[in-house]
Design a protein around this ligand. Structure first.
Ligand code: GLC
Length: 817
């Protein structure tokens, strides 16, 4: 514990601000086919045009900036040719693609424009010894987003972060400048547009948005700065552009979207089976149980403890019949023990990270003295991946990577020593140079290994550590939070900024990891969790247990209801996941992504959108029965009561314990399925597509429209990559006394020739009198019996339409009022 002595005036070292200075006088410009290099007395910087909207600027103090190799964070790319250079007495003008850079020759300040986007920033590089600093002008009313997994609120302006993957057990509070993931990608956003900036740098890096009001700085320590400017002008263009550079999430198996239960640790196989039995007995849906470190024999990865888990295969088989999968934890630390195969093999092959003297680096983690695979080497990744045959042979298809910063208990830096060497595909680097890549490369080895072993089944990997591009291999959970209301709220901003940083599949430990949950906290956190992409309840050893039934009937009933809602929403959610694999956009979205011109969304940190049209406003304080909610432009409906609101205002939403404030936009198309106990049963056979109408026509809003692409495949295999999938593109439009639904079917994955679909229209602005080709039924019961028909419930203003259609045809129907 620290006391006030920490800030004793006599002990303060004072601000030893380094003297940063310009990179020396301009000397010359050199043009090559695909790049332009500007030389100064003490540095050189090279410009490449990578793709539409994407510019790279690499700077090196000593040596050749063209020799800086992009890291594994990025997908391979080919720069485009065709630079035009104009040199004037006072300035240089560089034209690459639609980018235009004007550099002042005396100050070396650069102004960057892209096509019509006249302002993609004003920048200047400077240095102090090997520290390189990049200064960018901050627009007066700009908000800053991105930066991956960080504490604080949605808008990062005024904060400072150090990108250095760290195992942070202390509470995650705003003073924590580093967590487990490092993504130095920031977006500057104003109502006029957005642009992004990414630094491809796996060593320590500081992003300072605090020191100056109208500028920010990014600082590296190794004499290099490798930057990418990503133009907008739309916020969505910037996010998608960044994922063109760092890759998209691969479609996960459907089961990984289900509810998941974890604890450090479920101690033995009886406890695990009993836990699974309780879920089924209590009819609380669940897809996954996690095995934390106690499943292993002396914490040795690729083993099961023979006493606690005498028959893991049998257990896993049994669980499989119940629709529950096991995901075991796998840490990078391999116990030093003669005769333990992974250790012996790795030593024989020289696969562990070594100190400069050629001896393996040894550090303490759970098993005691351990060695660490050098995941920067392809041969090591292949070997590590192949070791997962052990799990696959047990019937396991998902793995949880933890401690992969890597965390080392007994070292002063709490990670590997700075001078540890990494083979890095022949381009040897010290650990200090590539620290932030380690976690991602472990997940890459794991994902690719499982992919090779599973023969067409989709792997699932969950990771704690990572860097830009981690979405290509793993889902991310945000590490050791606590059962604090503040930590529940913290994830809303964290999840949104991770999403804007290219990482859509994220979640926090629901209920909190350390400290002790209460029933009320668990209810509120489960309500939030339903709408977060990754939905897992996890808690630490010696904390109060927090399975959904631990706090009595009321808590259990509410948790069940919300977990059921998650399963009902799966068609909507899975379709959003699929869309994200193509466009890189987040699933859990800040409102600013959909309403980028509305300054009232810029700081909105305690509510979010699931996709474009479902607005979630979690309750993050005890004892609250109401909360304010900002509804942006449009007409919105309270999901529970269907009360209608005109957007562009704050409202007070009713929020007793059993109610999570939830709103759906007029025009929204949200497909639901029926509740199942696990996703193996949850194909979209029982669809009910909810459509939200205009409610009433007034001067401001006289029409409502929306669309949704409902995606479907087998949920488990990679056959979708060969086209075994289908999409139902649903378009809705309501105007005057007509509402039209148009559906197009694409793909060939539908296994049924005929499908029955239900549509439920909420709040149309007129009373329906007819739908051509579909007959009216006079009671809801008739809908059950008939293949097609419609029924109007006047009291609730619900119109239910049932139709059956051939699998390969599109269809349209018009509701007349
Ligand atoms: C770390 C993980 C936590 C896990 C524990 C034991 O603290 O973050 O989730 O339960 O290690 O493996």
């Amino acid at each position: 514990m620290h006391t006030s002595e920490t800030i004793h005036p006599d002990q303060m070292e004072g601000h030893s601000e380094f003297a940063f200075r310009d990179l020396g006088a301009y000397s010359r410009v050199e043009q090559r086919e695909v790049s332009v290099t500007v030389h100064t007395a003490e540095s050189n910087m090279t410009f490449w045009y990578i793709a539409p909207g994407m510019l790279r600027i690499a700077c090196k103090l000593k040596g050749d900036s063209t020799a800086i190799v992009p890291t594994e964070a990025l997908l391979p790319y080919m720069p485009e040719a065709g630079w035009k250079v104009s040199e004037y007495s006072d300035r240089l003008e560089l034209q690459g693609g639609l980018y235009r850079i004007v550099m002042d020759k005396s100050s070396l300040t650069m102004q960057i424009e892209y096509a019509e986007q006249k302002n993609c920033g004003t920048y200047k590089l400077s240095n102090a010894g090997s520290l390189v600093r990049f200064n960018g002008k901050m627009l007066e009313d700009a908000a800053i987003y991105g930066l991956g997994e960080t504490t604080g609120y949605l808008n990062k302006r005024g904060e400072r972060y150090t990108m250095w993957n760290s195992d942070v057990f202390d509470p995650h509070v705003p003073d924590m400048e580093s967590l487990y993931q490092s993504i130095p990608f920031l977006i500057q956003h104003t109502a006029c547009g957005s642009f992004g900036l990414f630094v491809d740098h796996p060593g320590k890096l500081i992003v300072d948005l605090r020191e100056e009001q109208d500028a920010y700085s990014i600082q590296t320590e190794n004499g290099e700065m490798d930057l990418y400017v990503i133009a907008g002008p739309k916020l969505k263009d910037v996010v998608s552009g960044f994922t063109n550079l760092t890759g998209k999430m691969q479609l996960p198996p459907l089961w990984s979207l289900g509810y998941q239960q974890s604890r450090f640790s479920y101690m033995n196989q009886e406890e695990v089976l009993q836990l699974a039995g309780t879920f089924r007995e209590k009819q609380i849906p669940c897809d996954v149980i996690y095995l934390d470190i106690h499943y292993m024999d002396e914490y040795k990865v690729f083993t099961f403890d023979p006493v606690r888990f005498p028959d893991p295969k049998g257990m896993i088989q049994k669980l499989k019949t119940m629709g529950i999968r096991i995901v075991p934890i796998v840490d990078p630390g391999v116990k030093v023990e003669q005769g333990y195969e992974p250790y012996e093999q790795g030593v024989d092959q020289g696969y562990f990270c070594e100190k400069p003297d050629g001896e393996p680096f040894v550090g303490n983690v759970w098993p005691g003295a351990s060695v660490f695979p050098d995941f920067t080497d392809e041969a090591v990744r292949q070997w590590w991946g192949a070791l997962h045959r052990f799990y696959v042979d047990h019937g396991i298809t998902g793995v949880w990577n933890d401690m992969n910063e890597p965390s080392v208990f007994n070292s002063a830096t709490k990670t590997m020593d700075a001078d540890v060497l990494h083979q890095n595909g022949g381009n040897v680097k010290t650990h200090e140079d590539i620290h932030n890549l380690y976690g991602m490369l472990m997940s890459k080895a794991t994902y690719e290994g499982l992919e090779r072993l599973l023969g067409g089944e989709r792997p699932f990997v969950l990771t704690r550590a990572g860097c830009a591009g981690i979405q290509r291999y793993a889902a991310v959970w945000t590490g050791d939070n606590r059962s604090y209301w503040e930590h529940m709220e913290l994830f809303i901003s964290m999840g949104m900024n991770l999403g804007l940083s290219g990482v859509p599949f994220t979640g926090a430990d629901i209920g909190g990891f350390m400290h002790h949950a209460s029933g009320e906290l668990l209810v509120r956190w489960t309500q939030l969790g339903v709408f977060t992409p990754f939905f897992r309840n996890h808690s630490a050893i010696e904390t109060r247990r927090q399975e959904p039934w631990t706090f009595g009937d009321q808590v259990e009933v509410i948790c069940r209801k919300y977990i059921e809602l998650r399963y009902m929403l799966l068609p909507y959610l899975y379709s959003l996941f699929h869309a994200s694999t193509l466009n890189g956009l987040p699933i859990m979205r800040p409102l600013v992504l959909e309403y980028p011109d509305d300054p009232r969304t810029f700081q909105l940190s305690d509510q979010f959108l699931l996709g474009a049209d479902v607005l979630v406003a979690p309750v993050c304080r005890p004892g609250k029965e109401v909360r304010t909610v900002y509804l942006p432009d449009g007409i919105w409906y309270d999901f529970w009561t269907e009360a209608r609101y005109v957007g562009g205002q704050h409202i007070m939403a009713n929020a007793p314990l059993e109610t999570l404030p939830l709103f759906v936009k007029a025009g929204a198309v949200v497909p639901f399925t029926s509740v199942r106990q696990h996703t193996d049963e949850a194909r979209w056979t029982n669809l009910n597509i909810h459509v939200f109408g205009l409610g009433e026509s007034d001067g401001q809003y006289d029409s409502a429209s929306g669309e949704f692409s409902l995606y479907e495949d087998d949920g488990i295999s990679d056959a979708y990559k060969q086209g075994a999938s289908s999409e139902l593109k649903i378009n809705f439009e309501e105007k005057g006394s007509l509402a039209t639904v148009n559906c197009k079917i694409e793909g060939n994955g539908s296994d049924a020739d005929f499908k029955t679909l239900m549509f439920t229209f909420h709040a149309l602005s007129f009373i329906p009198v007819g739908i051509q080709g579909i007959s009216q039924l006079h009671s809801p019961e008739h809908l059950e019996e008939q293949r097609a028909g419609w029924y109007y419930d006047k009291q609730d203003n619900h119109l239910v339409v049932k139709l059956t259609f051939a699998g390969d045809a599109g269809f349209e129907f018009v509701i007349e009022g």
